[in-house]
Design a protein around this ligand. Sequence first.
Ligand SMILES: Cc1cc2nc3c(=O)[nH]c(=O)nc-3n(C[C@H](O)[C@H](O)[C@H](O)COP(=O)(O)O)c2cc1C
Length: 320
Amino acid sequence: MEISSLTDHKLWLAPLAGYTDNTFRTIAKKCGADVIVSEMVSADGLYYNLENSLHYAYFEEFQRPFGVQLFGSDADMMAKGAEIIAGIKPDFIDINMGCPVKKVINRMAGSALMKDLDLACRITEAVKEVGLKHKLLVTTKFRSGWDLESINYLSFGKALENSGSDALILHPRTRSQMFTGHSNWEHIRLLKESVNIPVVGNGDVKSLEDAQELYNLTYCDSIMIGRGALGKPWIFQEIKDFYLNQETSIDKLKVVLNHYELSLKNSNPNDQLHAIREMRSHFTHYSKGIRGGAQLRDEINHTIDPQEIFNIINKLEFNQ
Ligand SMILES: Cc1cc2nc3c(=O)[nH]c(=O)nc-3n(C[C@H](O)[C@H](O)[C@H](O)COP(=O)(O)O)c2cc1C
């Protein structure tokens, strides 16, 4: 696969640990997302077969082009993880160099790699070698820097390009900012100007207008959307239809019902509670800003009857 099939004006679903499971990825794809990435999977976890790590990477053919996101802090271990991932034949591997959570950075993985350029490059080279062997593209996702005093996304991105990354995904906040404030889209523009590989812009795209602004301001090749797709997976279709100059006609209620049906189908028949809990979490987003949303959230949080949940979802009154 050519990198342009992943980055030529495409809409990516961002990895969101705890949300972008197989069910939500299917829904996002059906709602127009072009490129799908798994939530982060630990290279060590894959190698030692911990907590069923490979489970997070499973995907359905329909979700292609599909990438598995790997995290880790050791080049050899990342190569071993990539080898295991190659066995399930995704289209690409994305390396996580942006995760800010303590559990990850304390292991010198995720955004901690932005403090060690040499290690970040060795990891990229090691994963790229596996990628070349198995015909998998390699992308890297990172932030603007560790903190405001050490903004280094330009030199970092350039170095990753030289280490073999096929495309760069930038979430322009520092690790210290976590998710506060607004992404600094200017960093995406400057990165795009300074490298010769495609740049995927990420951060705070919550509407068609945001997507237009991000494209116009930065000339990024593609856009990745995370939180903006929660409770609103049709955002992908809305953006696509705008650029195709066509009306969007999505039956939003049908999407939510389909989401719940799929959750039940994909869950263990003996553990429907799992699907119900998942739906409750997504329902918080679906019902945001909807008339009577608070009441419906209360109702869904107080039932474990699968049929009753269908009835509650049916009460959502979307403005079409
Ligand atoms: C709940 C949650 C889980 C996330 N999990 C991951 C992850 O597994 N891997 C990753 O690279 N980024 C992860 N992120 C960061 C997002 O992919 C994205 O970079 C960030 O949320 C900014 O984009 P957005 O404003 O479109 O959400 C996560 C963010 C959130 C809020």
